[in-house]
Design a protein around this ligand. Structure first.
Ligand code: ADP
Length: 179
């Protein structure tokens, strides 16, 4: 059997322990795994592409068959350019299923040689998403154990600044209402 290269595409804004769990599982079943960060023109990400890549690279360095890249455009075109045979995606709950099924079937229609492989993270990460991490952090909650330490530090330096800027506005509003 020829070696299988798989692509794990996503926004990774930011990388969570759920993503890392999946990367570790993927690295065990595929010969090579490329974590591919999608540049999403419609989304305003919290972290720049370079920041996301840097966090991913430093956290996946221990997996010798894992590399990190960025891409835009059609996933199937990118996968073809890499000679990939599979796409890795994560399924957390039933709510992921509908969207993921639609994407997988559309990608199969565009390129029937490309297989999508779904993996489930450890249960403790099954309710974890980058969006929730950002929300929790913005509101001053703890994300310990949900993201790598390095990501937590980055969140502090990025969101910490934005978060500190907010109370000033809130105080001004409250001040007006109280007048
Ligand atoms: P996207 O914008 O493509 O959904 P994400 O970075 O949010 O990008 O997710 C990339 C992939 O990782 C998706 O397949 C998603 O289902 C999966 N994923 C995200 N969080 C987790 C998690 N906690 N456990 C398992 N898979 C996850």
């Amino acid at each position: 059997m020829k070696p299988v290269l798989a692509i794990y595409p996503g926004s990774f804004d930011p990388l969570t322990n759920g993503h890392l769990d999946l990367i570790e599982r993927g690295s065990k079943i595929f010969d090579q795994l490329i974590v591919a960060i999608l540049r999403h023109p419609e989304k305003a990400p919290l972290f720049t592409l370079d920041e996301r890549r840097e966090m991913l690279e430093s956290m996946t360095g221990r997996f010798k068959n894992v590399s990190v890249e960025t891409f835009d455009g059609l996933l199937v075109a990118y996968a073809r350019s890499k000679g990939a045979g599979a796409v890795l995606r994560g399924i957390r709950a039933i709510s992921d299923y509908e969207y993921e099924l639609q994407m997988a079937l559309m990608n199969r229609k565009l390129d029937r040689r490309l297989e999508t492989v779904f993996m489930m993270p450890a249960e403790k990460y099954s309710y974890l998403s980058s969006r929730l991490v950002k929300e929790i952090f913005r509101h001053g909650g703890s994300v310990r154990g949900l993201v790598p330490k390095k990501v937590e530090e980055r969140l502090h330096s990025k969101v910490g600044r934005a978060y500190r800027a907010k109370p000033a506005k809130a105080t001004a509003k409250r001040g007006k209402r109280n007048q």
